[in-house]
Design a protein around this ligand. Structure first.
Ligand SMILES: Nc1ncnc2c1ncn2[C@@H]1O[C@H](COP(=O)(O)OP(=O)(O)O)[C@@H](O)[C@H]1O
Ligand SMILES: [Mg+2]
Length: 213
Protein backbone atom coordinates (compact mmCIF):
# COMPACT_ATOMS: atom_id res chain seq x y z
CA UNK A 1 0.00 0.00 0.00
CA UNK A 2 1.20 3.51 -0.80
CA UNK A 3 0.42 6.19 1.78
CA UNK A 4 1.00 9.85 1.03
CA UNK A 5 1.32 12.14 4.05
CA UNK A 6 0.50 15.59 2.80
CA UNK A 7 -0.70 19.08 3.51
CA UNK A 8 0.01 22.51 2.13
CA UNK A 9 1.47 23.90 5.34
CA UNK A 10 4.86 23.39 6.91
CA UNK A 11 4.97 22.43 10.54
CA UNK A 12 1.82 20.31 10.58
CA UNK A 13 3.85 17.20 11.38
CA UNK A 14 4.19 15.44 8.03
CA UNK A 15 7.83 14.44 8.41
CA UNK A 16 7.40 13.45 12.06
CA UNK A 17 4.36 11.32 11.28
CA UNK A 18 5.89 9.79 8.14
CA UNK A 19 9.03 8.78 10.01
CA UNK A 20 7.14 7.33 12.98
CA UNK A 21 4.78 5.44 10.66
CA UNK A 22 7.76 4.03 8.75
CA UNK A 23 9.35 2.69 11.93
CA UNK A 24 6.01 1.42 13.25
CA UNK A 25 5.52 -0.48 9.99
CA UNK A 26 9.06 -1.85 10.00
CA UNK A 27 8.66 -2.99 13.61
CA UNK A 28 5.51 -4.82 12.64
CA UNK A 29 7.49 -6.77 10.06
CA UNK A 30 6.67 -4.85 6.90
CA UNK A 31 9.22 -4.14 4.18
CA UNK A 32 9.07 -0.35 4.14
CA UNK A 33 10.18 2.26 1.65
CA UNK A 34 10.04 5.93 2.66
CA UNK A 35 10.10 8.54 -0.07
CA UNK A 36 11.14 12.11 0.73
CA UNK A 37 9.80 14.55 -1.83
CA UNK A 38 10.38 17.61 0.34
CA UNK A 39 13.27 19.81 -0.85
CA UNK A 40 13.88 20.46 2.87
CA UNK A 41 14.75 16.74 3.10
CA UNK A 42 13.84 16.35 6.77
CA UNK A 43 13.08 12.67 6.36
CA UNK A 44 16.40 12.10 4.61
CA UNK A 45 18.19 13.88 7.46
CA UNK A 46 16.53 11.89 10.23
CA UNK A 47 17.20 8.64 8.38
CA UNK A 48 20.85 9.66 8.09
CA UNK A 49 21.10 10.21 11.85
CA UNK A 50 19.42 6.86 12.41
CA UNK A 51 21.82 4.98 10.16
CA UNK A 52 24.88 6.78 11.65
CA UNK A 53 23.72 5.64 15.08
CA UNK A 54 23.22 2.15 13.72
CA UNK A 55 19.66 1.80 15.03
CA UNK A 56 17.62 -1.16 13.83
CA UNK A 57 15.40 -1.68 11.93
CA UNK A 58 17.04 0.23 9.15
CA UNK A 59 14.74 2.37 7.06
CA UNK A 60 15.26 2.89 3.36
CA UNK A 61 14.63 6.51 2.39
CA UNK A 62 14.95 7.76 -1.16
CA UNK A 63 14.65 11.27 -2.56
CA UNK A 64 12.95 12.69 -5.58
CA UNK A 65 15.71 11.91 -8.05
CA UNK A 66 15.87 8.23 -7.17
CA UNK A 67 12.07 8.05 -7.12
CA UNK A 68 11.85 9.62 -10.59
CA UNK A 69 14.33 7.07 -11.91
CA UNK A 70 11.79 4.37 -11.06
CA UNK A 71 10.94 2.21 -8.06
CA UNK A 72 9.83 -1.40 -8.05
CA UNK A 73 7.01 -1.22 -5.52
CA UNK A 74 6.74 -5.01 -5.46
CA UNK A 75 9.90 -5.05 -3.34
CA UNK A 76 7.97 -3.43 -0.49
CA UNK A 77 4.87 -4.11 1.55
CA UNK A 78 4.34 -0.50 2.54
CA UNK A 79 5.46 2.78 1.01
CA UNK A 80 5.17 6.10 2.84
CA UNK A 81 5.66 9.39 1.03
CA UNK A 82 6.38 12.72 2.72
CA UNK A 83 5.41 15.22 0.05
CA UNK A 84 6.29 18.24 2.15
CA UNK A 85 6.45 21.36 0.06
CA UNK A 86 7.19 19.35 -3.07
CA UNK A 87 6.79 21.01 -6.42
CA UNK A 88 3.26 20.64 -7.79
CA UNK A 89 4.36 18.09 -10.38
CA UNK A 90 5.87 15.73 -7.80
CA UNK A 91 2.90 16.25 -5.50
CA UNK A 92 0.54 15.34 -8.31
CA UNK A 93 2.57 12.26 -9.27
CA UNK A 94 2.54 11.12 -5.64
CA UNK A 95 -1.21 11.66 -5.27
CA UNK A 96 -1.84 9.66 -8.44
CA UNK A 97 -0.10 6.54 -7.08
CA UNK A 98 -1.49 6.83 -3.54
CA UNK A 99 -3.80 4.25 -2.00
CA UNK A 100 -4.37 6.57 0.93
CA UNK A 101 -3.73 10.25 1.59
CA UNK A 102 -3.23 11.23 5.21
CA UNK A 103 -3.34 14.86 6.32
CA UNK A 104 -2.09 16.00 9.74
CA UNK A 105 -4.01 19.08 10.86
CA UNK A 106 -2.94 21.29 13.76
CA UNK A 107 -5.94 22.57 15.72
CA UNK A 108 -6.48 26.02 14.24
CA UNK A 109 -8.85 27.67 11.82
CA UNK A 110 -6.01 28.51 9.45
CA UNK A 111 -5.11 24.85 9.26
CA UNK A 112 -8.73 23.88 8.59
CA UNK A 113 -8.82 26.30 5.67
CA UNK A 114 -5.54 25.03 4.36
CA UNK A 115 -6.77 21.43 4.69
CA UNK A 116 -9.88 22.36 2.74
CA UNK A 117 -7.69 23.76 -0.02
CA UNK A 118 -5.45 20.71 -0.05
CA UNK A 119 -8.46 18.38 -0.14
CA UNK A 120 -9.94 20.25 -3.08
CA UNK A 121 -6.66 20.05 -4.95
CA UNK A 122 -6.06 16.37 -4.15
CA UNK A 123 -9.64 15.49 -5.09
CA UNK A 124 -9.31 17.26 -8.44
CA UNK A 125 -6.11 15.30 -9.14
CA UNK A 126 -7.41 11.84 -8.25
CA UNK A 127 -11.10 12.12 -9.15
CA UNK A 128 -10.76 10.48 -12.55
CA UNK A 129 -8.90 7.46 -11.26
CA UNK A 130 -10.89 4.21 -11.32
CA UNK A 131 -10.10 3.74 -7.62
CA UNK A 132 -9.37 7.14 -6.13
CA UNK A 133 -7.53 7.07 -2.79
CA UNK A 134 -9.38 8.14 0.33
CA UNK A 135 -8.27 11.36 1.97
CA UNK A 136 -7.99 11.09 5.75
CA UNK A 137 -7.37 13.88 8.23
CA UNK A 138 -6.40 13.72 11.87
CA UNK A 139 -5.56 16.39 14.43
CA UNK A 140 -1.91 16.74 15.33
CA UNK A 141 -0.11 18.86 17.92
CA UNK A 142 -2.96 19.38 20.36
CA UNK A 143 -1.66 21.67 23.07
CA UNK A 144 -2.58 19.85 26.26
CA UNK A 145 -2.69 22.98 28.43
CA UNK A 146 -4.83 25.32 26.38
CA UNK A 147 -6.25 24.03 23.17
CA UNK A 148 -9.08 21.68 24.08
CA UNK A 149 -11.63 24.03 22.56
CA UNK A 150 -9.69 24.62 19.37
CA UNK A 151 -9.23 20.91 19.05
CA UNK A 152 -13.00 20.28 19.30
CA UNK A 153 -13.73 23.04 16.82
CA UNK A 154 -11.15 21.67 14.41
CA UNK A 155 -12.62 18.19 14.78
CA UNK A 156 -16.11 19.50 14.08
CA UNK A 157 -14.89 21.38 11.02
CA UNK A 158 -12.96 18.37 9.67
CA UNK A 159 -15.90 16.03 10.18
CA UNK A 160 -18.04 18.22 7.95
CA UNK A 161 -15.43 18.91 5.25
CA UNK A 162 -16.54 17.36 1.97
CA UNK A 163 -14.18 14.82 0.45
CA UNK A 164 -12.34 14.01 3.64
CA UNK A 165 -12.65 11.27 6.23
CA UNK A 166 -11.87 12.14 9.81
CA UNK A 167 -9.63 9.86 11.85
CA UNK A 168 -10.57 10.08 15.51
CA UNK A 169 -7.21 9.35 17.16
CA UNK A 170 -5.37 12.62 17.66
CA UNK A 171 -1.82 13.37 18.65
CA UNK A 172 -1.06 15.84 21.39
CA UNK A 173 1.93 18.11 21.37
CA UNK A 174 4.34 15.78 23.21
CA UNK A 175 8.04 16.26 23.83
CA UNK A 176 8.66 12.58 23.04
CA UNK A 177 8.09 13.25 19.32
CA UNK A 178 10.66 16.05 19.30
CA UNK A 179 13.27 14.29 21.42
CA UNK A 180 13.08 10.97 19.63
CA UNK A 181 13.22 12.56 16.18
CA UNK A 182 16.41 14.46 16.90
CA UNK A 183 18.08 11.18 17.85
CA UNK A 184 16.93 9.32 14.76
CA UNK A 185 14.41 7.28 16.74
CA UNK A 186 10.66 6.84 16.58
CA UNK A 187 8.77 7.91 19.71
CA UNK A 188 7.93 4.27 20.50
CA UNK A 189 11.64 3.39 20.50
CA UNK A 190 12.60 6.22 22.85
CA UNK A 191 9.86 5.62 25.39
CA UNK A 192 7.22 3.00 24.59
CA UNK A 193 5.27 3.99 27.70
CA UNK A 194 4.88 7.67 26.84
CA UNK A 195 1.20 8.66 26.43
CA UNK A 196 2.15 10.14 23.04
CA UNK A 197 3.11 6.66 21.89
CA UNK A 198 -0.29 5.34 22.92
CA UNK A 199 -1.89 8.07 20.84
CA UNK A 200 0.38 7.30 17.92
CA UNK A 201 -0.38 3.57 18.04
CA UNK A 202 -4.10 4.30 17.93
CA UNK A 203 -3.56 6.50 14.89
CA UNK A 204 -1.36 3.95 13.11
CA UNK A 205 -3.98 1.27 13.72
CA UNK A 206 -6.59 3.47 12.02
CA UNK A 207 -4.35 4.14 9.04
CA UNK A 208 -3.33 0.47 8.67
CA UNK A 209 -6.32 -1.59 9.88
CA UNK A 210 -5.18 -4.53 7.71
CA UNK A 211 -2.10 -4.91 9.93
CA UNK A 212 -4.05 -5.13 13.17
CA UNK A 213 -5.57 -8.40 14.15
N1 LIG B 1 2.62 15.51 17.96
C1 LIG B 1 3.71 16.29 18.10
N2 LIG B 1 4.19 16.59 19.34
C2 LIG B 1 5.27 17.37 19.49
N3 LIG B 1 5.95 17.93 18.48
C3 LIG B 1 5.52 17.68 17.21
C4 LIG B 1 4.40 16.85 16.95
N4 LIG B 1 4.23 16.78 15.60
C5 LIG B 1 5.21 17.54 15.06
N5 LIG B 1 5.98 18.08 16.02
C6 LIG B 1 7.11 19.03 15.87
O1 LIG B 1 6.67 20.11 15.05
C7 LIG B 1 7.69 20.53 14.18
C8 LIG B 1 7.18 20.39 12.73
O2 LIG B 1 6.97 19.02 12.45
P1 LIG B 1 7.35 18.39 11.04
O3 LIG B 1 7.08 16.95 11.12
O4 LIG B 1 8.72 18.82 10.64
O5 LIG B 1 6.27 19.12 10.13
P2 LIG B 1 6.19 19.21 8.52
O6 LIG B 1 6.96 18.08 7.97
O7 LIG B 1 4.72 19.13 8.22
O8 LIG B 1 6.76 20.55 8.17
C9 LIG B 1 8.88 19.66 14.46
O9 LIG B 1 9.73 20.36 15.34
C10 LIG B 1 8.30 18.44 15.15
O10 LIG B 1 9.19 17.87 16.07
MG1 LIG C 1 8.59 18.10 6.68
Amino acid sequence: MITVIGSLKGGSGKSTVTFNLAIWLALSGQRVLAIDLDPQATLTDVAYVRSEEGYKPRIKVIGRREWSAGVNYDDYDEVVIDVGTADMESLKKALLIADKIVVPVPPSQADVWSTQRFTRYATSVVSRLPNPPGIYAFINRVDMQTAANESYETAAALVSLPGIRFLMPRLSQRPVFLHSFSEGLAAMELDPRDPGVREFNALAAEVYPHLIR
